[in-house]
Design a protein around this ligand. Structure first.
Ligand code: NAD
Length: 499
């Protein structure tokens, strides 16, 4: 067990600045209008830094810097770009603990997650795209004896990126790594709830990139996000966030006829067929563990398995086991590696979850465990902690249909395969899903028939860099991860040459 010191206390691995600026053209630049906002840590509820409340003027400065840098960056050899990405990966890996403390302090998550998942994945993401860009090939087709079609990959130029607060660094890196690999310059806007950890990362890697290739402008959605997403000087907008915001982003982009990547909300089904309990073995254990994934990252995951569908014949024994497991989830100091669930990322999010706990009760759902605020002692008493909660109800309830984005799972039962699939697909969303069955045919068939971009079969919540990730239905457009991501950050030039 390790308990990391809080920032500001002796022995802390990270020292936040009391005030941050925007990162533009390789410099720390104050906001044009001089306004800042306070950023509290969800761990204690107390402010630890302030960051720019940027406006359209700051976005324009960042776009000036990005446009200045883009032509030269786009012409660098792929080997050079790959080397830089590998150096960024090495630098992050060498400072992983320090960045993990920053991420936990800014977001509230239990530090075991950035230490063991988010940040190792981020490191691997840079390395994966360093390799992918070097392995990318152009195309040549012979049209007839005298004519040849060449296909070249070209960067888009300057791209805008807007990210949410649940995985501030990993969501940033999912976008930054492929965009840089493909030769683009970036203007990135972090979420206003978690502006600081990504700035710690930028400070760490700033010297590895040419000035202006990566620019970070902080601020709120309408004041800073909209001027970026609706700007005529970007060639693409990549967005991760809520479906309602995604609709706006698409409208802005339509005015400039630019491509969008939208990674939006979810209400992921996690289906347990009756054979999971056929034996009391390692598989049964893994399936129960898969159920508890609703509490990973405090449930603030777009693919949170927030609807558990359990075959009627095993509902009682299965629920008894998973309720017991859920009650063993250790909540506490997020900087303690033994802690399994930390704080919700903001007070607003905490309040939203609490309101859904009321809604679930009002709708008549049964609370099997949890159902309220988690009371912690000392300076954690002011933080935003919620008990992991299991509701039992029916799929038409709001707690089954609306994204709560907290450690709350709504359980319904099903009679047979067709009932399970109909319930799983009865949702606006189509981002993630889980299927648990010892029977390969059932698992494969369900995996293919669930309308979601990512279906985990006999596992849950793995995010390897080389597996495509993205949404069906209202969960988004486009994919992230996988080398196909390079296509989202490049355009194709065709040269049709006659000899
Ligand atoms: P959000 O949509 O409120 O905000 C996301 C970002 O958009 C923030 O940086 C915000 O400042 C900005 N923004 C808000 N309004 C804007 C506007 N009008 N124009 C431009 N930018 C604007 O989402 P959130 O609450 O930060 O994040 C949670 C959501 O993100 C959940 O719905 C979750 O499912 C989703 N999410 C999806 C994925 C995925 O890969 N599909 C991953 C993580 C989170």
């Amino acid at each position: 067990m390790t308990v990391y010191a809080q920032p500001g206390q002796d022995g802390s691995l990270v020292t936040f600045k009391s005030r941050y600026e925007n990162f533009i053209g390789g410099q720390w630049v104050p906001p044009v209008k001089g306004n800042y906002f306070e950023n509290p840590s969800p761990v204690t509820g107390k402010t630890f830094t302030e960051v720019p409340a940027s406006t359209a003027e700051d976005i324009e400065l960042a776009l000036d810097a990005a446009h200045k840098a883009a032509p030269a960056w786009g012409k660098t050899s792929v080997a050079e770009r790959a080397n830089i990405l590998n150096k960024i990966a090495d630098r992050l890996e060498e400072n992983l603990e320090m960045v993990a403390v920053a991420e936990t302090w800014d977001n509230g998550k239990a530090i075991r997650e950035p230490l063991n998942a988010d940040l190792p994945l981020a490191v691997d993401h840079f390395r994966y795209f360093a390799g992918a860009i070097r392995a990318q090939e152009g195309g040549l087709s012979q049209i007839d004896e005298d004519t040849v079609a060449y296909h070249f990959h070209e960067p888009l130029g300057v791209v805008g990126q807007i990210i949410p607060w649940n995985f501030p660094i990993l969501m940033g890196v999912w976008k930054i790594a492929p965009a840089l690999a493909a030769g683009n310059a970036i203007v990135l806007k972090p979420a206003e709830q978690t502006p600081a950890s990504i700035l710690v990362l930028v400070e760490l890697i700033a010297d590895l990139l040419p000035e202006g290739v990566l620019n970070v402008v902080n601020g709120f959605g309408l004041e800073a996000g909209k001027p970026l997403a609706s700007n005529k000087r970007i060639s693409k907008i990549a967005f991760t966030g809520e479906t309602t915001t995604g609709r706006l982003i698409m409208q802005y982009a339509s005015q400039n006829i630019i491509p969008v990547t939208l990674e939006l909300g979810g209400k992921s089904p996690n289906i347990f067929f009756e054979d999971v309990l056929a034996k009391d073995d390692a598989y049964a254990d893994k399936a129960q563990e898969g159920f508890t994934m609703f509490a990973l990252n405090q449930g603030e995951v777009c693919t949170c398995p927030s609807r558990a569908l359990i075959q009627e014949s095993i509902a009682d024994p299965f629920l008894e086991k998973v309720v017991a497991r859920t009650q063993k989830i250790v909540q506490g100091n997020p900087l303690d590696t033994d802690t399994m669930m930390g704080a919700q990322a903001s007070n607003d999010q905490f309040e939203k979850i609490m309101s859904y706990l009321d809604i679930g009760r009002q709708e008549g759902a049964e609370v099997l465990t949890g159902g309220g605020k988690a009371e912690l002692d000392g300076d954690l008493a002011g933080g935003f902690y919620v008990q992991p909660t299991i509701f039992k109800g029916t799929n038409k309830m709001r707690i089954f249909q609306e994204e709560i984005f907290g450690p709350v799972v709504s359980v319904a039962t099903f009679s047979d395969y067709d009932d399970a699939l109909a319930t799983a697909n009865d949702t606006l969303y189509g981002l993630g899903a889980g299927v648990w069955s010892r029977d390969g045919n059932t698992a494969y068939r369900a995996g293919r028939e669930i309308q979601a971009g990512r279906v985990w079969v006999n596992n849950y919540h793995a995010y390897p860099a080389h597996a495509a990730f993205g949404g069906y239905k209202a969960s988004g457009i486009g994919r992230e991860n996988h080398k196909m991501m390079l296509d989202h950050y490049q355009q194709t030039k065709n040269l049709l040459v006659s000899y």
